[in-house]
Design a protein around this ligand. Structure first.
Ligand SMILES: NC(=O)c1ccc[n+]([C@@H]2O[C@H](COP(=O)([O-])OP(=O)(O)OC[C@H]3O[C@@H](n4cnc5c(N)ncnc54)[C@H](O)[C@@H]3O)[C@@H](O)[C@H]2O)c1
Length: 463
């Protein structure tokens, strides 16, 4: 077994940055604090996605595999003009935590270790898991905050008991404080199941109302919100991989700002919606009309089982439906998109396990209204697509926390790139187009490092 390498990321990042500054003349602000020491990652829900991320990070650390799909690990960023030929790795340009400095812990409603849970999820093959077993079986979940009212299909056995929701939040805060003693910084991510559909009520409007609701066990406060409240109270950034309401409420947005604990949108953008936010902008850019978009999926993992419950499906459906409406802007283009019929189905089909299959039938029309069709059949692996997204969100939220200009803004819209439901300031429509999201993300990195933004204007090449 290979021994863990000592972290070299920080030194490499800072020396590369110095070299870049010298060579390109870009102003490096120096305002982003370095990623010194250990980054603790607290994961709510050690299921398929979480265990695939943890096992993957360990496999990468040992040189057994490559972090494919992770922008923070493999992506580059262009600096300066196209003729400058400067495209460093993102992780050499901004001070991200080195994978060797990442430490995992988490909660689950079942007692299984990360090894047992990964074996149950059957995303990674037995050979890979066996190699990682000594590491994975050491990560044991802490008892969870859980209530079956919010996830009908699960019966949790490893759960915290408390006199009310306030007491449960305090227990999560105690877990965070204990973990903080062993690491230098902490980020929390929800990779737990999809909860039932909840709409904001009075209890979600202010921090005071929310805290009162914790005392009185308000039914509007779901377990995911108890974890999020605990994280944000402790100044810990929080990401949400599921479509749950969670931090999408004024009370927790306010708490995020007050405690400089960054948050972002929700629901990992992995399979079908990822494809939608690539294809829809292409149709729109060419002024191609769309009259119908039917999307269906078969999925057989525990996530699929939870989504088989109509109330959890409703939460997912809302999250998946939003993208087309915003991308097509039917109010601006009534001739092209006013009558679009958008339908989404998810069917639980156990034989496929984590290997989801998605079909899209897209009815489009072109010149003079003549109809055409596009069919997409995506045979994907759900957690293989989600794991690098979870990792990137954790690393970028940690970066945001160390960036004075970002950390007190609350919502990090530049992370919309990863999420089916981007979160925005009140009154602002979310940007779903994957390529606009990608530009926004990279320009944010350039901005915080004092490098010139890239506008793609390019007239200077013709002077
Ligand atoms: N895999 C993807 O492509 C993808 C994409 C978008 C969103 N998601 C969402 O990510 C989440 C995780 O997906 P998954 O495939 O890993 O599901 P999973 O069912 O394998 O894992 C979820 C885990 O969360 C645990 N859990 C549920 N409620 C909990 C609570 N209150 N506290 C602690 N643990 C709790 C469950 O016991 C389970 O182990 C789901 O909500 C899913 O909808 C996944």
């Amino acid at each position: 077994m290979a021994t863990k390498k000592k972290s070299t990321g920080k030194t490499k990042a800072s020396s590369t940055k110095a070299a870049l500054t010298k060579a390109s003349g870009a102003k490096v602000s120096g305002k982003v604090a370095p990623a010194t020491g250990k980054l603790g990652v607290m994961i709510v829900g050690l299921g398929a996605v979480a265990t695939t991320m943890i096992a993957g990070v360990e496999a990468v650390r040992r040189g057994l595999a490559k972090p494919i799909g992770s922008l923070t690990q493999m992506g580059t960023i262009r600096l300066g003009k196209r003729t400058d030929n400067k495209s460093p790795l993102i992780r050499d340009f901004v001070p991200l935590a080195d994978l060797n400095d990442v430490v995992f812990t988490g909660w689950d409603i079942f007692k299984d270790t990360v090894y047992e849970s990964a074996a149950h999820a059957k995303v990674l093959d037995e050979k890979t898991l066996e190699k990682l077993k000594p590491y994975l079986e050491k990560i044991k979940p802490m008892p969870a905050v859980f209530d079956q009212y919010y996830v009908k299909r699960l019966h949790g056995t490893h759960v915290k008991k408390g006199k009310n929701k306030r007491d449960l939040a305090d227990q999560v805060i105690a877990d965070i404080r204990n973990f903080k003693k062993t690491v230098d910084r902490v980020v929390m991510i929800w990779a737990g199941s999809t909860e039932i559909f909840l709409e904001p009520t009075a209890v979600h409007q202010t921090i005071e109302a929310f805290e009162k609701g914790l005392e009185t066990d308000d039914i509007g406060i779901a377990p995911s919100q108890i974890y999020a409240y605990a994280a944000l109270s402790e100044g810990v950034p929080f990401a949400n991989g599921a479509p749950n309401l969670t931090v999408d409420i004024p009370a927790l947005i306010e708490l995020s700002k007050r405690n400089a604990a960054p948050i972002c949108g929700k629901d990992f953008k992995t399979g079908q919606t990822f494809m939608k936010t690539v294809l829809a902008p292409a149709f729109k850019a060419r002024m191609i009309g769309v009259s119908g978009w039917f999307s269906t999926n078969i999925l057989g993992n525990r996530d699929g089982e939870v989504l088989d419950d109509p109330q959890s499906f409703k939460t997912k459906e809302e999250s998946k439906l939003g993208s087309l409406e915003y991308i097509f802007q039917p109010e601006l283009y009534p001739d092209l998109y006013k009558d679009l019929y958008h339908k989404i189905r998810i069917n639980y089909y156990p034989p496929r396990g984590d290997d989801k299959e998605a079909w899209d039938n897209i009815d489009i029309f072109g010149w003079l209204g003549y109809p055409m069709q596009v069919k997409v059949n995506f045979l994907c692996r759900d957690s293989i697509l989600a794991a690098p997204i979870a990792l990137d969100l954790v690393l970028f939220l940690d970066l945001a926390k160390r960036t004075p200009e970002l950390r007190s803004k609350g919502i990090q819209e530049w992370l919309s790139f990863y999420l089916k439901s981007p979160q925005t300031a009140a009154g602002l429509y979310p940007e779903h187009d994957l390529f606009i999201q990608s530009m926004k993300l990279k320009n944010t990195l350039r901005h915080i490092m004092g490098a010139d933004l890239i506008t793609h204007l390019g007239l200077e090449y013709y002077d």
